[in-house]
Design a protein around this ligand. Sequence first.
Ligand code: PMP
Length: 381
Amino acid sequence: MTEKRYLFTPGPTPVPPQVLAAMAEPMVHHRGPDFRIVYERCLARLKEVFRTENEVLLYASSGTGTMESAIANLCVPGERVCVVSAGAFGNRWAAIAGAYGCEVDRLEYAWGETPYADDLASRLAEREARVVLLTHSETSTGVVLDVRAFAAVVQQAGAISVVDAVSSLGAVPLETDEWGVDVVVSGSQKALMTPPGLAVVSVSQGAWDARGTLPRFYFDWERTRKAQEIFDAAFTPAVSLVLGLDVALGILLERGLDAAFERHLRLGRACREGIKAMGLELFSPDDDSAAVVTAVHSPDGVDAGDLLLLLRDRHGVTLAPGQGALKGKIFRIGHIGYFDVFDIATALAAVELALTELGADIERGAAVTRALEAYEQPIHA
Ligand code: PMP
């Protein structure tokens, strides 16, 4: 194992040193003013990042926790919910809703396909659903769907839209209020540049009024909303993580969300162009929507698992594997959060070297130059 390590996965992602430093501060009591000041500021910053006037509820859990909270707070046992599913995280929505006894109606696409809002409109016209579960950025495939169009269809049908924005929040545009998205869930460990362990959910008034009757306690939105109103957490918060998230959100907002969206778009371009320059084939879409993660077919004769192990063991570089049936067939390079074009260059150079070591027939020496060029291209060219 090499000494220096590089993390290029779509979550957890690298954490800026200022965030790490904040988390190393001595512990403070969560019911005193030391914490309250940070808690209040962090909750206000979350609203800005979500681009919402609604309360953003903050939990100590992974992202799946707030996904589960959405089902537990919104649904009714036996009720039909519609899940738009095109990968591992669409499947997760279906699994959670199924576990709570909902009737799951899947609008299903092959992994790697991009879901279309018109298909949802037809489906809802055929079979009504009160709650529709969507995945903004399907991290398992690299597909980012058009949430604005989907939210409009859901609204038109009089249903509640619930969006998994775990890997998209802070990475690509998501206008919660302007686009009329009812519920958005996310996690700390991706574009929010904080370690895993915090999950967030924003809830519109419409969704609040449409809450269901499933049992819930820790994830009961009302309990957390009441507590947050007076900045006195319902349960012991993950104090150090909140200190870190507050700093991370400060960095994100100081530079501006729009600047972050533009950077991610450029990073996606750079990564795709570099991959293609090597002669490899993209699995994720070859367009600017794919700004979160780039998924790549492993070349003929190379198991993606072997490539990832070699990268990690010999070069200290961690990329993400394929999930489900894509295991061994694709690898994924995440480019969200604390990430710049030199990270892309490093990832590409490492992939190129490792594939050469594995005997793959690839074009050498072109990827990094092409990536740096693509990064500099005007956005609207
Ligand atoms: N949804 C998406 C789109 C994700 O990328 C992830 C994490 N990879 C999750 C949900 C689940 O989040 P967590 O692992 O934090 O529970």
